[in-house]
Design a protein. Structure first.
Length: 230
C-alpha cells in the first residue's frame, strides 16, 4: 500500500501496540482456572483483539463449564484482573519516549481500543500518558467494536481530520481490517498479539521497536525534539 504524506493524526490501538497487557491477563485467567489443563493461550491472545470480555469468555469456553459456572468463572477472571493484575501491564520499550516525541512534534494523538473505558483510563494514568491523547475511544462508547470502522471514523470526525491525514497503528488482524475498512493508512506493530504476519498485510510500515515508527515518520516530517535511544 502506498502511504500518504500528510499525516496530522496518529491513532493507536492499546493492547499489544503500546502496552504489553497479555502477561497480566493470562495471570488472571490462570488464577481462575487453577487445575484446568485445557486452556490454550494462543487462542485467548487472538480473542483479546476483540476485547477483554471476548477473551475471558473464550477462556471460560475452554474450561467446558455449564452456563451458570461459565458466568461465575468469567466474573472471577474479571475480578482477579481488575483487583490484582491490571497494574502489571507495562509499555513496550521506548514507547513513552516515542509518544512524547510525536506529541511534541505537533501530531494529534488518539486512542481507539476494544477495551472498556475504566480500565483504559486506569492504564493511561498509570503510565502518565493520559494528557498525550486528544481523543480516546473505548468499547463501551456505544459504537461497534473493531474491526468495524465506526470507531476510527467517529474519532476522525471528532478531531475534524480527513481520512488521508490519519495513520492507524495496531498489532492484529482486527486493527488491520479496521484501518482498511475506514480507508486510512495502517502501521503494524510486529511484537504484538497477531498470530501470523500475514494478518497485517497492507501496512505502510511494519515495525518491531517504537523508535522505528518515529524514525519512519521523521523521514517524512520534521520531528522535534530529537530522541536519543540507547
Amino acid at each position: 500500500m502506498k502511504s500518504h504524506t500528510t499525516y496530522k493524526t496518529i491513532i493507536f490501538d492499546l493492547d499489544g501496540t503500546l502496552l504489553d497487557t497479555w502477561p497480566s491477563l493470562l495471570q488472571a485467567v490462570s488464577t481462575a482456572a487453577t487445575g484446568v489443563t485445557t486452556i490454550e493461550p494462543a487462542t485467548l491472545r487472538l480473542a483479546l483483539s476483540q476485547g477483554l470480555s471476548a477473551m475471558f469468555a473464550q477462556a471460560a469456553k475452554q474450561m467446558a463449564l455449564d452456563a451458570e459456572a461459565t458466568q461465575a468463572s468469567i466474573h472471577a477472571m474479571e475480578r482477579t484482573y481488575f483487583e490484582q493484575a491490571l497494574s502489571a501491564a507495562v509499555p513496550y520499550p521506548k514507547t513513552s519516549e516515542m509518544l512524547a516525541q510525536l506529541h511534541g512534534a505537533g501530531f494529534t494523538l488518539a486512542l481507539c481500543t476494544n477495551r472498556d473505558r475504566a480500565s483504559t483510563l486506569t492504564l493511561l494514568e498509570q503510565v502518565s500518558w493520559l494528557s498525550l491523547f486528544s481523543h480516546i475511544h473505548c468499547l463501551d462508547d456505544g459504537l461497534p467494536a473493531k474491526p468495524d470502522p465506526a470507531a476510527i471514523l467517529a474519532t476522525l470526525s471528532h478531531l475534524q481530520c480527513p481520512l488521508q491525514d490519519a495513520l492507524f497503528v495496531g498489532d492484529s488482524w482486527v486493527d488491520a481490517r479496521c484501518a482498511s475498512q475506514a480507508g486510512v493508512d495502517f502501521a503494524a506493530h510486529l511484537c504484538g498479539y497477531h498470530t501470523d504476519p500475514s494478518e497485517l498485510a497492507g501496512a505502510v510500515l511494519s515495525y518491531r521497536h517504537a523508535h522505528e515508527l518515529s524514525q519512519w515518520l521523521a523521514a517524512r516530517f520534521t520531528l522535534k525534539p530529537e530522541l536519543h535511544y540507547d
